[in-house]
Design a protein around this ligand. Structure first.
Ligand code: ADP
Length: 422
């Protein structure tokens, strides 16, 4: 059945006349957080979940249960949908292509998604587009690793090409560790690449959304703090970022979205590093414009073609959240304004403590509400596990330090049942 038109269905006796159905392949917090926007816009959301207790399945009534590796399951979840989209990159490409061949409207398409799935192909494509990337190489043997290490003076970051997340699949081996590690990973059939280890000053991200008919919009640049490969905090607009670099970062995001034909939200994670000093010991301008002092430069780390942790602040800090924008974009609706609502918004992740405190989570939420009425708590309905993302807190304000203090303290209490600032 062609799926570019809204589907007329009846759910529990309620007429769903021409209400567009969006199917999300995924059952985590990203799919869950699309639900408020879908409800506001009267979009019918359906999720494909592996079990009914998954984060998104708890709050979205239309759940198809099954395994996304199974094409029959994917088509069952696709029935009548105006658009099919993803909250992760792992649906097999051949299945996505088969869905397109069967006339389903898949957004984003595998021709773009490929570059969010494979870090080596992504680096090669970005280099071809002229986007800034660290030096990199395919690693198919210990000899490749040795040659690359020589090229970059031993500053090697080794990465699994596929399947990594939250720092799993990223290694920073010493000179002695590199070759045995490469051998071990290749023996375990892990396709590898290596890139130069960048001396980061901070990490930034540019989020953009693009719809099939071509409209693209970027949000203000976000600064993120990663701990052990996991996003701990995000702050936007990124403090102390030169307007020139902010503009350049936006253009990088818009260019990548446009040239790869991405649809929906695209997050481009960026490394910021000190720009090379010129002969006169003034930091060289990244753009080369004479007389301009730019102390930072950027390179692309990676791409995610879905809402992203560094964009959660847009829920409370922006005219249009990334979740609403993703739905608008995959349905080819006009995109919403991306202007910030406050001078600064800070998002602090709630990551499971080593030991979950005895105070139940609803009591922790009550205490945060009492102390910080300005804090917006977002929980994912996930059980405690050490280090697991179980929620986040957004706080908007005028002052970056004070806003950050409140967001951190509120998140800290949700994690530890103790105030950080006592
Ligand atoms: P994942 O796909 O697991 O999120 P990333 O490639 O984003 O992995 O790497 C996780 C983190 O590791 C990054 O956020 C950054 O802090 C660090 N990192 C990754 N690549 C490099 C690099 N080339 N140089 C320095 N740090 C890096």
């Amino acid at each position: 059945m062609p799926n570019n038109h809204a589907f007329k269905a009846s759910i529990d006796g309620v007429s769903q006349q021409r209400k567009p159905i969006v199917t999300v392949y995924g059952d985590g917090q990203l799919a869950r957080m699309m639900e408020p926007a879908a409800a506001e816009l009267d979009i019918h959301l359906r999720v494909l979940a592996s079990s009914p207790d998954k984060s998104a399945a708890q709050v979205i009534p239309d759940v198809v249960l099954g395994d996304y590796h199974d094409y029959e399951v994917l088509t069952r979840a696709a029935a009548g949908a105006a658009a099919l989209t993803f909250e992760h990159e792992h649906v097999p490409t051949e299945h996505v292509e088969a869905l397109i061949a069967a006339s389903y409207n898949v957004q984003p398409q595998p021709s773009a998604l490929l570059y969010a799935q494979d870090k080596l192909l992504m680096r090669q494509k970005l280099e071809e587009l002229g986007a800034p990337v660290p030096r990199f190489a395919a690693i198919d043997s210990v000899e490749d690793a040795r040659a690359f290490a020589e090229r970059v003076g031993g500053n090697v970051c080794l990465k699994a090409r596929r399947g990594g997340y939250d720092g799993h699949g990223v290694w920073f081996p010493s000179a002695e560790e590199l070759e045995p590690l490469v051998q071990e990973l290749l023996d375990a059939s892990t396709p590898l690449m290596a890139e130069e280890k960048v001396q980061l000053t901070r990490e930034l991200s540019v989020l953009v959304a693009r719809r099939p008919s071509g409209e693209v919009k970027a949000w203000p640049i976000t600064e993120s703090v990663q701990r052990d490969g996991i996003c701990a905090e995000a702050c936007a607009p990124a403090p102390n970022l030169s307007p020139e670099l902010a503009e350049r970062a936006s253009q990088v995001g818009i260019q990548i979205a446009t040239e790869l034909g991405v649809t929906g939200v695209l997050a481009v994670e960026l490394f910021a590093f000190a720009a090379a000093q010129d002969a006169g010991s003034i930091f060289a301008s990244a753009s080369g414009a004479p007389g301009m002092v730019v102390e930072e430069d950027i390179a692309v780390n990676e791409l995610a073609m879905r809402p992203h942790n560094t964009g959660h602040w847009t829920q409370d800090g922006c005219v249009t959240s990334q979740f609403e924008q993703h739905l608008r974009a995959v349905l080819d609706l006009p995109l919403g304004e991306t202007a910030p609502l406050a001078p600064i918004t800070v998002m602090a992740n709630v990551l499971g403590a080593d030991q979950d405190p005895e105070l139940p989570m609803p009591e922790r939420v009550r205490a945060v509400m009492e102390r910080y009425p300005e804090a917006k708590v977002h929980l994912y309905g996930k059980d405690h596990q050490p280090g697991r993302k179980i929620g986040h807190v957004n706080v908007t304000g005028d002052d970056a330090d004070e806003t950050r203090r409140i967001a951190r303290d509120a998140a800290h209490f949700l994690v530890h049942a103790q105030w950080a600032n006592n």
